[in-house]
Design a protein around this ligand. Structure first.
Ligand code: HEC
Length: 125
């Protein structure tokens, strides 16, 4: 990663635009018409359990444990700004089970990751 970033001024590929940009593949999750997942019944508890200990607007500096300042998950609106990245870091679907995030325990079950994929595919309502 460090080596790749060092090459960025020379080889300007899109991957160099942001830090921490090693995403997994899209999960391929789709939004079923019958989906009942919402911020209140799924997104908020999921993010609180697994993500906002680093990715929260309430945290600054070292308390973020390296989480980029522009990736926060303490509201549905903030998650909606990062649907693709979030899918590629943490969600599961027919094409991939992405486990890059969270860093460290506790981690969601695969079933919870599938629900994340579905909720994101539905637009994080
Ligand atoms: C222990 C702290 C920690 C936790 C918990 C955590 N992250 Fe991260 N996150 C990081 C750090 C550090 C980075 C930047 C380095 C990297 O991308 O690996 C990051 C980067 C990201 C990015 C940006 C990647 C990119 O492509 O720019 C996303 C999206 C993300 N995390 C999503 C999540 C989600 C979703 C969760 C919960 C399932 C989560 N993170 C939990 C520390 C954390």
């Amino acid at each position: 990663m460090v080596r790749l970033l060092a090459l960025c001024p020379v080889l300007w590929f899109a991957a160099c635009e942001e830090e921490g940009d090693e995403d997994g593949p899209p999960s391929g999750a789709v939004c079923p018409e019958t989906s009942t997942l919402t911020w209140d019944n799924f997104g908020k508890p999921f993010m609180t359990n697994y993500c906002t200990r680093c990715h929260s607007t309430a945290l600054t500096g070292s308390a973020r444990q390296g989480a980029p300042n522009d990736h926060n998950f303490d509201s549905a609106a903030l998650v909606r700004e990062e649907i693709e990245h979030t899918d590629e870091q943490a969600a599961a679907g027919p094409d991939a089970v992405n486990t890059l995030m969270p860093i460290g325990a506790p981690t969601p079950s695969e079933d919870e990751r599938r629900q994340l994929g579905e909720w994101l595919a539905c637009g994080a309502p």
